[in-house]
Design a protein around this ligand. Structure first.
Ligand code: ZN
Length: 402
């Protein structure tokens, strides 16, 4: 029985109006009858494609209802920045989701700008998690300042990986290790299965289409879609696969160019996402000095806007056979034995958190620990701190409010 035929009330306002868009773009289904999918758009206000895609998606559902097991909710990230057409007003809303910041956000009354956005969004998320009775999934839609095909970024646990694989676009591993305080990182720590979707260039109309396709695919991947609506998802899945333009499935981040605070960073014109670059190739000018590619690879997210602290990334393809190898290795639960390796120490008794002495364990690259399901938390001097991704392990589910 699939009782939850959609009832939808798209409530988003046009971005052209001066009024703020509603926080909740749409909410359909019954969270007590299955999994929950949360879609986020415009966490960065100058990336409207996710917001527009949600509006179009919920309007489609209103016109042609489909059966659902569970619920789907669409949330606007940064309402004020979206209305103003900027990435953020005071600070990046996608770098604020850290425990100590949340304590402040939850306990303060008079908040403005992104602090106010974070508080509202946090309340909405808490309500959704509190009413969820099954798995919760989150799809966070972004876009880039430079042109390039769509891709996904996610914390590489096995469940997140399955979720991202369904999206059919190239998967980029390791970006989450470079950034602190992202919304998805926080949701992941709360037991939510997450993936980020980069839909293409901000102003490209195709970005909205790709983002809408990603929502349809996520609806099925999360198990929220019932028997109807499969044709929409098949079409969406095909269009995303086509948008790949023959690119491989899997990539890893090799380098992030961090822009120092207040630096004058200018990317060379005409660079696009996933284009090949050679080692030493000139890519940008920063404070009048040339910035060159430190190694050969593919360029990702060249920055063509003034706001943002990531100049560009260099990525490299990884053979997909490693996906299978790492899935097997993780099932063997090798964290129980990892401390037996020279230079590796347990921080807790379980091996879920470890410290690697890079001088002793020089022959163990970070990739080795990635395969076992570890993620880099910090690097202090010669020590690398790593944590095992929790949702590969048994008994992992939504964690209570702390
Ligand atoms: Zn973004």
């Amino acid at each position: 029985m699939e009782p939850n035929v959609s009832r939808v009330s798209p409530s988003g306002l046009s971005a052209q109006t001066l009024e703020l868009p509603s926080r909740v773009v749409g909410r359909v289904g019954d969270p007590s009858s299955g999994p929950t999918l949360i879609v986020f758009g415009a966490i960065h206000g100058n990336e409207p494609s996710g917001y527009e895609a949600m509006r179009s998606f919920f309007a489609s559902l209103a016109e042609n209802p489909v059966s659902l097991r569970g619920s789907v909710v669409g949330l606007v990230g940064n309402r004020q920045a979206l209305a103003a057409g900027v990435r953020f007003l005071d600070e990046d809303l996608n770098r604020m989701w850290l425990a100590e910041r949340l304590v402040h956000v939850r306990s303060s009354e008079e908040l403005t700008g992104e602090l106010e956005e974070a508080r509202e969004l946090d309340r909405e998320i808490e309500n959704i998690l509190a009413s969820a009775t099954d798995r919760v999934y989150a799809l966070d839609i972004h876009s880039t300042s430079g042109p390039g095909p769509a891709f996904s970024v996610f914390d590489d646990s096995l469940v997140n990986r399955e979720f991202a694989l369904e999206l059919e676009v190239p998967m980029v591993l390791g970006i989450e290790e470079e950034l602190e305080g992202t919304l998805l990182d926080y949701l992941y720590s709360r037991g939510v299965h997450t993936t980020g979707f980069e839909a293409g260039q901000h102003e490209d109309g195709q970005s909205i289409e790709r983002a809408k396709a990603a929502i349809w695919v996520a609806l099925r991947a999360s198990g929220v879609l019932g028997r109807s609506g499969q044709n929409e998802v098949d079409a969406a899945s095909r269009s995303l696969a086509l948008s790949r333009e023959g690119l491989p499935t899997l990539f890893e981040v090799r380098h992030r160019h961090a822009i120092p605070p207040d630096a004058d960073f200018r990317m060379h014109r005409g660079l696009v996402g996933f284009q090949r670059v050679l080692r030493g190739e000139e890519l940008a000018v920063e404070n009048e000095a040339l910035v060159r590619a430190p190694e050969a690879g593919l360029l990702l997210m060249p920055l063509y806007q003034t706001q943002g602290e990531d100049g560009f990334f260099i990525i490299r393809p990884v053979r997909t056979m490693w996906l299978g190898v790492s899935a097997h290795l993780r099932h063997w639960r090798l964290e129980r034995f990892v401390h037996l390796l020279p230079g590796v120490r347990r921080i807790d008794g379980t091996g879920l958190e470890i410290r690697v002495d890079r001088r002793v364990a020089r022959w163990l690259p970070l990739d080795f620990f990635h395969l076992l399901g570890y993620r880099r938390i910090a690097e202090v001097g010669r020590h690398l701190f790593l944590r095992r991704r929790a949702d590969d392990l048994d008994g992992h589910g939504p964690t209570p409010v702390s």
